[in-house]
Ligand binder design. Sequence first.
Ligand code: COA
Length: 276
Amino acid sequence: MSYNFETVKVEIADKVAKVILNRPEKKNAMSPQMHRDMTAALDQLRYDDDVKVLVITGAGNSFCAGMDLKGFFNELKGKDPAEYDRITRMATEWRGRTMRYFPKPTIAMINGFVFGGGFSVVEGCDLAIAADEATFGLSEINFGMFPGGAVSKSLANTMHSRDALFYGMTGRTFNGKKAAEMKFVNYSVPLAQLEAETMTVAKEIAGKELSALRATKDGYRFSLEMTWEASMSYTAAKEQEVFMAQKGGWLENGIGNFLKGDYKPGLGDQGAAKKK
Ligand code: COA
């Protein structure tokens, strides 16, 4: 199954949606249309029962070359303030909020260039796996700007201050291996193995229970901003939510089958880890 938008392609198989930023001739720079398309694609994927995990990647040799410097800045800034504001809001919303709190896990599969605003796409995803050969750069300083919009906050969320400020101030590039060393991505693999590796992880996660996956994300992300007491109260409420969503499944079958001796949850989920 697939959906096609003007600048975004979605391919769905085995409960995993591969979401492809699709302007390879422009290195997948985010044009106003791409922000509209990603907003629409994420809305459709949110409610698609055939999809449990999203893998975001780029067509060609680029993941995302950041904001479209021509179609966004050059053609809108100062010329059409209302449209500039509208697209800015859309651009920060889908990366900064929709993806961060998306009800399904998201994985960035980084196949090539990541510049400027592309950092926010990576940061908006729950997990990130990069090609060793990928090229990352906070290039804004090279044209006399700084990582604006959602990017500064993305850096503060996922990079150590020394790394964020070093690369933000020098505009130097770094590769996927370095991104992994800095923990901006989970890990990196040679480009030739990137798709197989990422899809293995995506399918593994797609085999888990969706309400528990969502609670894993929400529990982590919202707890970051909560006091201890608020977080305890929130996760107690979440536990009830998951219990009701599964009609008690984790207690009856999950824990129940362990207690019957059917499998060992410490070693994998049911089916994958039968009691030895
Ligand atoms: N915005 C608009 N157009 C972009 C773009 C961007 N962010 N990044 C690449 N493109 C366009 C190029 O202008 C070129 O268009 P053209 O064929 O009409 O001339 C096309 O994509 C291919 O890019 P090109 O520069 O020829 O490819 P390359 O492999 O030599 O270099 C990059 C690739 C990504 C290193 C280089 O294009 C670049 O530095 N882009 C700007 C990245 C950036 O600073 N992004 C931050 C934005 S906040």
